[in-house]
Every structure is written in C-alpha cells, then in structure tokens.
Write a protein that binds this ligand. Structure first.
Ligand SMILES: NC(=O)c1ccc[n+]([C@@H]2O[C@H](COP(=O)([O-])OP(=O)(O)OC[C@H]3O[C@@H](n4cnc5c(N)ncnc54)[C@H](O)[C@@H]3O)[C@@H](O)[C@H]2O)c1
Length: 240
C-alpha cells in the first residue's frame, strides 16, 4: 500500500486529524482538504509531508479544480475519504430552509461532488471510497432531522456507487459512527449527549481511533472484498 494517494475531506477536524496521522503512519500519501485554513496549517505543520488544500467541498467547481491539482501532484487517487460534515441541533419547527440546505450540502452533496470528481480517475487501477454517515442516519435522533436525512442519504449514495463501480474494482463503503467527543460535539447540550451515552451498551462514547481504524481497515488489504456496506463503530448502540 506504500505511497498510495488518499484524498481526505474534513481533514482538519477531530476525526480528520486522527485519520491523516493514521494514514501517514501506514505509508499513504495524503491530500488533506478542508475549508478551515488555520486548521489545515496546524495539521500540515504537525504531520510533515501532507499536502493541505483549502476548499469548500459544497462548491462543485472548486472541488473539480482541487482534485485536478492534487492529481497533478500525486497521481490519481487510490482512496477517497469523505469526512467533511456539520450539524445544527434544532427541533423541526425551528429548522429553516437555510439550515436544511446547509446541512444537506455539507453532509451529502459534498460527498457526491467528491465522488464524481475522483471515482472516474480510479477506474484504471481500482480504488477505495469511504463516505461518512452517522448512527443518526441509521436510527434517527430528535432535533436532528436534516442531518439524519443527509446521513441516511449517504448510505443510499454509497450502495448505488458501489454497484456502479464494482466492475472497475472500486469499492465504496460507509462508516456510521456513534457520538465521538470531538471539539464540535463537546459544544452540544449535555442533556443530549447524556441521553446518547445511556444508549451505548459498551458504556462509553467512541474515540476518534475507533472510527479511523475502521476506515484504515477499509483502505487496506482486509477491505478488498467489502463494498456497499455500512460499518458502524457504535459500542452496540444499534444491532441491525
Ligand atoms: N463526532 C461525532 O460524534 C460524529 C458521529 C457520527 C458522524 N460524524 C461525522 O464524521 C465527520 C467528521 O466529524 P468530526 O466530529 O471530526 O467533525 P469536525 O467538525 O471536527 O470536523 C469536520 C471538518 O469538516 C470541515 N468542513 C465542514 N464543512 C466543510 C465544507 N463545506 N468544505 C470543507 N470542509 C468542511 C470542517 O472545517 C471541519 O474541519 C462528519 O461528517 C460528521 O458528521 C461525527
């Protein structure tokens, strides 16, 4: 696997930072994409050799240009991990049109733009795509309808593209983590978090590494025969 090129979106975030470190440790060449310039600077200073690229992944033209640029630098990607996403907890009656569009764009449309730009480049040599859903995309959650709808959409997108690209040896899977206490999540109301923790039989929230190890597995040798699947590191919260 050494030197294979992996594109990671949301790379400056809690899960992204952990994942980029894990991938570099395993010998991958990483293009780290995020809209947060300072966060990317911190990441690329902490992990030498990573290429950082500031991009808003909800902007179709910018996504295309960015993929052209990282491909010119490191060659066609072997891997794509769509981690970029965001959440706004609100009851349905308070969810504005703007909230809905923002959350669907950030969590679902962004993955479509990235898949469309990257997956055709994988056709020649095969590749691995990992999209990010959520436990809320599997079982729902109160005050989170737009996010849950977008994350359930990720599972549909994943299955459709897994079917479409199977003959090209490009696999497409989703991860659907339970709550991971990243900085963004720590800002959520404590009553909401406590309610979520109480549901988890293993009795704790996820650590970032619980999720990134799953993603590394899917990008590695062990992941070769899985496609169209949703992997949920969730401590037993949901047992389908
Ligand atoms: N943390 C959790 O509890 C949890 C649980 C399930 C799923 N997830 C999903 O995992 C992913 C990563 O979550 P996290 O906790 O690391 O969040 P985070 O907020 O720490 O990281 C998300 C990153 O995505 C970037 N981003 C957001 N919108 C973007 C855009 N339009 N263009 C470019 N970059 C953009 C942000 O700048 C940020 O660096 C998200 O998709 C999230 O929905 C997280």
């Amino acid at each position: 696997m050494t030197d294979r090129h992996v594109v990671v979106t949301g790379a400056a975030g809690g899960l992204g930072t952990q994942l980029v470190g894990d991938l570099v440790e395993r010998g991958f060449t990483v293009s780290a994409l995020d809209r947060h310039a300072e966060g990317l600077d911190r990441l690329t200073s902490a992990i030498p050799g990573v290429t950082g690229q500031v991009v808003d992944v909800t902007d179709s033209g910018s996504v295309t240009a960015t993929i052209e640029s990282v491909t010119a630098r490191h060659g066609p990607p072997f891997g794509l991990v769509n981690l970029a996403g965001d959440n706004r907890l609100k009851p349905l009656a308070e969810l504005t049109d703007d909230d809905w569009r923002y959350l669907v764009d950030a969590n679902l449309t962004s993955a479509f733009y990235l898949c469309r730009a990257v997956m055709p480049l994988m056709r020649a040599a095969g590749g691995r795509v990992v999209n990010t859903s959520s436990i809320f995309g599997l079982r729902g959650a109160d005050n989170d309808s737009a996010y849950a709808a977008a994350k359930a959409g990720i599972i549909g997108l994943t299955r459709a593209l897994a079917t479409e690209f199977a003959a090209d040896n490009v696999t497409v899977n989703a991860v659907a983590p339970v709550v991971v206490l990243t900085e963004r999540v720590r800002r959520m109301p404590s009553a909401h978090l406590e309610g979520q923790r109480a549901r988890i039989p293993l009795g704790r929230f996820s650590e970032p590494a619980d999720v990134t190890r799953t993603i590394c597995f899917l990008l590695g040798e062990g992941g070769a025969f899985y496609t169209g699947q949703t992997f949920s590191p969730n401590g037993g919260d949901t047992m389908p």
